[in-house]
Design a protein around this ligand. Structure first.
Ligand code: CO
Ligand code: CO
Length: 471
């Protein structure tokens, strides 16, 4: 009987495949998948064991392989490529945290704080920890080590500057919630009034990072509770310590390398780049819809991530060059972290267009970094994520008994084809969860080959140290 069925079914499959192949020929973007250059040539040229003058790290929050593929399908087509896809050396890294009560055991699903502590310090820690180990010790960060060695430093994000990823580089607190001086309920031993280092906002300013750009002005407008700046806001403290405060794109553009820059462009997270339908429970969400590649609610005075990245690179490069002519150590450039933060936040919100718009804006920022690295090949560029997230590309729902149990949205992509995106790590309408998958890490420049194979997020700290010649 099986034998009898095989013939017609096989014939039907062949016919279906032929139809797909015929359709593919008519779509130029799919045809372009053929004839790409042999990557082994680029890989051989890319293996460089020397020292880097500069490191630029791009961190897509929650940007797992699904999030990259969704953004690629939508903006470039399935056979297209993003700027981040052009880095020649690619590996995967594991992201797990450890349990706070028993650090010998993994917590398979990390948050941005524990994952960030991992790549920023080389130490595994518990979820919520900002560059402290499970026993409560502060551990040095790559930004601190680079700064002590004479490199210029920058920290850029689309989230609040006190959010986990920017925080892990320039502060140490046991709980990520301790963002401003009024947010210290869970960090009573760290407040300035008891002689502690203060909140994340205070520590970032006290750390003297050369360029700080992002959202979160409301945290910096809270009042310092102790020490020489008690009674001032953190923003006023920063100005007293020599920072130039900028709050819109034009004043950012006007800053010069002589200035230390604190850019706070909105009270909370920066506004989204794109809008579109939220994912919904089946049978809703099945009509193919395009995203709106803009957001009318986003103030035009707010810089885009690519603008902030380009300006940060220009300022840091010039600051380092200026120092080279003077007293500073020869040949040392800068360490810059750039975070695309709201990929994660819109994944939590089951908002595929928001998520894609943030991934596209992050990719545009990466293109700025790659353009700089093309002229300055002594730059290590790393593109990675801190953890996986919810969104998955799934089949178009066929029947009442064959569809995602989560929220779905069907997007009409660059290929003019429907792409169904499913959010199903929590109940429909609730905040979706991170996942414990390994994620992509891609690199180019000195020491980039260290990302090859399967590594762990803590290995990235050692890659940075090797590239910058730190011990
Ligand atoms: Co994260
Ligand atoms: Co998240």
């Amino acid at each position: 009987m099986l034998q009898a069925h095989r013939g017609p079914r096989r014939a039907a499959r062949v016919a279906a495949l032929a139809a797909i192949a015929a359709a593919a020929i008519t779509v130029p973007t799919l045809a372009s998948a053929h004839g790409r250059p042999d990557p082994s040539v680029a890989a051989r040229h890319a293996i460089d064991g020397g020292h880097a003058r500069n490191v630029i790290m791009f961190l897509g929050d929650g940007m797992g392989d699904s999030e990259i593929t969704i953004a690629r399908n939508y903006t470039q087509g399935a056979a297209g490529r993003l700027a981040m896809d052009s880095l020649p050396l690619t590996g995967e890294y594991t992201t797990y945290a450890v349990q706070q009560d028993d650090p010998t055991k993994p917590n398979y699903v990390t948050d941005s704080a524990a994952s960030g502590t991992g790549w920023a310090t080389g130490h595994k820690t518990y979820n919520n920890a900002i560059s402290v180990t499970p026993d409560g010790s502060d551990v040095p960060t790559i930004l601190e080590l680079a700064q002590n060695a004479g490199y210029k430093t920058g920290d850029v994000t689309t989230a609040e500057l006190t959010d986990a990823t920017p925080a892990v580089l320039a502060s140490h607190v046991p709980f990520r919630a301790c963002q401003g001086p009024a947010d210290m309920a869970t960090c009573p031993l760290d407040t300035k009034q008891v002689g502690g280092p203060g909140s994340i906002a205070e520590q970032e300013v006290d750390h003297n990072v050369d360029v700080l750009l992002g959202g979160g002005k409301a945290r910096f407008d809270q009042t310092v509770t102790g020490g020489p700046f008690a009674g001032l806001t953190v923003t006023a403290q920063a100005q007293a310590q020599g920072y130039t405060l900028v709050t819109d794109a034009s004043s950012l553009a006007a800053t010069t390398p002589k200035q230390k820059v604190l850019g706070l462009f909105t009270p909370g997270n920066m506004d989204l780049e794109w809008t579109g339908p939220l994912a919904q429970a089946f049978p809703a969400g099945t009509t193919p819809t395009a995203c709106t590649a803009s957001n009318p609610a986003r103030p035009t005075t707010q810089p885009h991530l690519a603008d902030m990245t380009r300006k940060a690179i220009t300022l840091l490069d010039a600051k380092a060059r200026h120092d080279r002519g003077g007293k500073a150590k020869h040949g040392k450039g800068f360490f810059l972290q750039v975070e695309g933060a709201s990929i994660d936040k819109q994944d939590h919100a089951s908002n595929p267009c928001g998520q894609i718009g943030e991934t596209a804006a992050f990719d545009a920022a990466i293109a700025e970094g790659l353009a700089y690295a093309k002229k300055h090949p002594d730059t290590l560029v790393v593109v990675t994520a801190d953890h996986g997230h919810t969104s998955q590309i799934v089949e178009y729902p066929q029947t009442d008994t064959h569809h995602s149990t989560g929220a779905i949205a069907t997007l009409l992509t660059h290929d003019n084809a429907p792409m169904v995106v499913s959010y199903a790590t929590n109940l429909v309408g609730q905040s979706q969860d991170h996942t414990g998958t390994e994620v992509r890490i891609a690199a180019q420049g000195p020491q980039a080959a260290r990302v090859l194979g399967v590594t762990d997020q803590t290995d990235l700290f050692r890659t940075f140290k090797a590239a910058l010649g730190l011990h």
